[in-house]
Ligand binder design. Structure first.
Ligand code: GLC
Length: 722
């Protein structure tokens, strides 16, 4: 069945549905059970059941009920393992089904352009090949459980500042080679739904962007699922319907507003959100695809068959996941397998940035576990991705459970307070549970119960001085709807690290961040681990890495650098001026920029150390789109390596290209002494470039393929002739 040519049940339903019933299928309404994030009422007369959509990429947020709080997408990305991503998608699908949901509003596939973007933790990478492969794998996993995946936020939603108004001013080639690529991979993987973002692209809101929705997504790529708006992102009735939007969400004004048949039901002050100004949509707007759409069709402004196409796309996905066959049971939630998977992803995504040998810890070592939030699991960031776990393990708990030696715990400085979009919305957290990062405490900080009435720097320093090893946990805070102010660690954490490192030269630092952060003390400590937002298994996962039960096998999916050294730093580029963010850096985002910049990054793309040690043989060309290399673990511990391949295209007169592009990668585990041949399939689009006239083009010539441990640590090179 294709949307344009429905057959069978969908075709029959289209014939039987009244106009009013069709209009009820193309916009959301309130879920009578209060669990779904988005709810399409069914058509009882014809046996069409309701269709429920639920957040989000880090776990199922169904009416605030508990679910497994998986690690942030960035942590999953750092594992560089599509098989693991597919498992994560399948688990998310099972948990959604267990909560009676039919579609998950995940994965987030936006390319990381701005290091301070408040939602980087929900995305995968600065590189479109990595982001695309992982998004595709998550989608395959999700949909293998008969749940519709919704890849988001299509497209160029790369900042939270002013997200509901800003226009990304980006040339076609950059759109195609960078920002659209992960979404194309998602569509090729069979994504059943694409979420249209809040922002504008080159002056037009994506929810009414004919070129992006009809020409590219549905025309060129053949997408036959449905395009759903981000929540309250639908700007119009006629333009949106004719441009290719299929489903208006949430469809009704925010809770507590009159569920009128459309149109604004009260005044909306875009500045109402304070710090979130521009990051909060017009929540008084809803029902644009209700009566107004019917009137537009009657007036001949929207073709009747456009409404049929919208309905066919939605019913087509319902049919695809078996929803038209009636209620479905099944699914699973908070199973031992899901808990183990959440811990495994958190561990696999942990990146060892520095290590002078202080890690792994010996079991008998006495440890001072220090940090303002050391008694709290860092679940995730704020906003629609918030998940409420059944259980969570803090770093302090994880270390205490794993250590044989004495463990002292001290916060040292005041806790870092979470920020959340839900704090700024008048209807509160519609479906979120506790704020991300809490350990189940209702809110705030229970100092007395924590046995640590007041954070005291001297106490933390004394704890460090008295232990064999000090492990300091630091973090940032990030939320949907707002970008981080800068890349510095908030609060007094840098002072804490410096004071502890001065007291104990065996100090390791664990960073829980939403993306790149500045680490000014990196030369003063013995080891640094980047553990992102690890989810409910936080303490268990990090303890397994600290004590060497697992090899730190994460690699950086985004470059770490000094804030001013990134490409989008002038206001005209980010956050934009007069509502326009100019993507003047073009393709030179992330490592593509640092390859030609006069400055070095602090930690390059793909960087990550291991407790093992790996030797590489000479690379070989398998065929025109695959290379191979032998890798041996020459260390004395089991290890996991991420082998990476970067394509360096031939120079062509008059054609500017990035110096190198990630084309392939593979994560492998090797026992001490084990040697294995690793084959890397290369992403065809890493060889190509997009020519606005000729389309995708692969220039003939010699393509050097660099193979190694990161973009900087190249071990061998081969050449492929094209
Ligand atoms: C939010 C987010 C989107 C989420 C949706 C439903 O504003 O942008 O990612 O899925 O609305 O909560």
């Amino acid at each position: 069945m294709t949307a344009s040519d429905p057959t069978g049940t969908v075709a029959d339903l289209l014939c039987a549905l009244t106009r009013e019933e069709k209009l009820g299928l193309v916009r959301g309404t309130s879920d009578p059970e209060g669990a779904a994030t988005g709810y399409v009422a069914g058509v009882e007369r014809l046996g069409v059941p309701p269709f429920r959509l639920v957040d989000g990429p880090l776990g199922v947020r169904a009416g605030g009920r508990e679910a497994t709080a998986f690690p942030a997408s960035l942590a999953l990305a750092a594992a560089f393992d599509p098989d693991l991503a597919r498992e994560a998608g399948a688990a998310l699908g099972r948990e959604a089904k267990a909560r009676g949901q039919d579609a998950v509003l995940a994965p987030g596939a936006n390319v990381v352009r701005v290091p301070a973007c408040g939602r980087n933790f929900e995305y995968y990478s600065e590189d479109p090949a990595l982001a695309g492969r992982l998004a595709a794998a998550v989608i395959e996993g999700l949909q293998s459980e008969d749940v519709v995946a919704t890849v988001k936020h299509y497209v160029a939603n790369n900042q939270e500042t002013d997200r509901c108004r800003v226009s990304a001013e980006v040339d076609e080639r950059t759109l195609r080679e960078l920002y659209l690529r992960p979404f194309r991979a998602a569509v090729e993987a069979g994504a059943g739904s694409v979420m249209a973002a809040y922002n504008r692209v080159n002056g037009t809101y994506v929810t009414e962007h004919r070129h992006l929705l009809r020409d590219v997504l549905k025309g060129e790529w053949g997408f036959d699922g449905y395009v759903v708006s981000d929540w309250f992102a639908t700007e119009s009735t006629v333009d949106a319907a004719n441009a290719g939007l299929d489903l208006e969400m949430p469809g009704v004004p925010a809770a507590g507003e009159d569920d009128a048949a459309g149109g604004a039901s009260s005044e909306f002050d875009p500045e109402a959100g304070g710090d979130f100004a521009g990051g909060i949509p017009d929540i008084t707007r809803g029902g644009l695809f209700g009566a107004p759409l019917g009137e537009a069709i009657d007036a001949g402004e929207v073709p009747e068959d456009r409404l049929d196409d919208m309905v066919a796309r939605i019913l087509g996905q319902m049919e695809r996941v078996g929803r038209l066959d009636g209620d479905r049971d099944g699914g699973a939630i908070d199973t031992p397998e899901h808990r183990a998977l959440a811990e495994g992803i958190a561990a696999r995504g942990t990146v060892l940035l520095e290590n002078d040998g202080v890690l792994p810890l010996s079991d008998a070592a006495s440890v001072a576990a220090i940090g303002p939030n050391v008694r709290d699991a860092t679940l995730g960031g704020g906003g629609s991705s918030e998940t409420t776990p059944f259980d969570a393990t803090s770093p302090a708990e994880g270390i205490r459970a794993r250590a044989d030696g004495a463990v002292t715990v001290a916060r040292g400085v005041p806790p870092i307070e979470e920020r959340s979009l839900f704090d700024a919305l008048p209807f509160g957290d519609e479906g979120g549970g506790d704020e991300a990062g809490s350990d189940g405490e209702a809110d705030g900080w229970d100092d007395e119960a924590a046995g640590d009435p007041h954070p005291d720097l001297d106490e933390a320093v004394a704890a460090a001085r008295g232990a064999d090893v000090a492990v300091v946990f630091v973090r940032d805070t990030a939320t949907e709807g707002m970008d981080r102010d800068d890349l510095r660690l908030p609060g007094e954490q840098n002072d804490l690290v410096r004071a502890v490192a001065a007291a104990n030269d065996r100090t390791a630092v664990v960073v829980n961040s939403s993306g790149p952060v500045e680490l000014p003390w990196r030369d003063d400590v013995a080891a640094i681990l980047e553990a992102w937002y690890p989810g409910q298994a936080d303490g268990r996962a990090i303890a397994s890495i600290l004590y060497g039960d697992r090899d730190p096998s994460g690699r950086l999916p985004i470059t770490f650098a000094a804030e001013d050294d990134y490409p989008a730093t002038e206001p005209a580029r980010y956050p934009g001026v007069d509502g326009r963010a100019r993507y003047e850096e073009g393709l030179l985002v992330g490592y593509r920029h640092f390859d030609v910049a006069a400055v070095e990054p602090v930690y390059p793309f793909g960087h990550g150390l291991s407790y093992a040690d790996f030797a590489y043989g000479d690379g070989v060309v398998v065929d025109g789109s695959a290379v191979g290399v032998d890798v041996e673990n020459v260390g004395d511990r089991p290890g996991r390596e991420v082998v990476q391949a970067y394509v360096r295209p031939p120079s062509v007169d008059g054609v500017e290209r990035p110096v190198r592009e990630l084309a392939g990668f593979a994560a492998i585990s090797l026992a001490p002494g084990e040697r294995r041949r690793v084959a890397l399939d290369l992403d065809e689009r890493a060889f190509g470039r997009y020519d606005p006239d000729a389309g995708w083009t692969i220039d003939s010539g010699s393509y050097d393929v660099e193979i190694g441990r990161s973009i900087e640590d190249v071990r061998t090179e081969v050449t492929i002739e094209r």
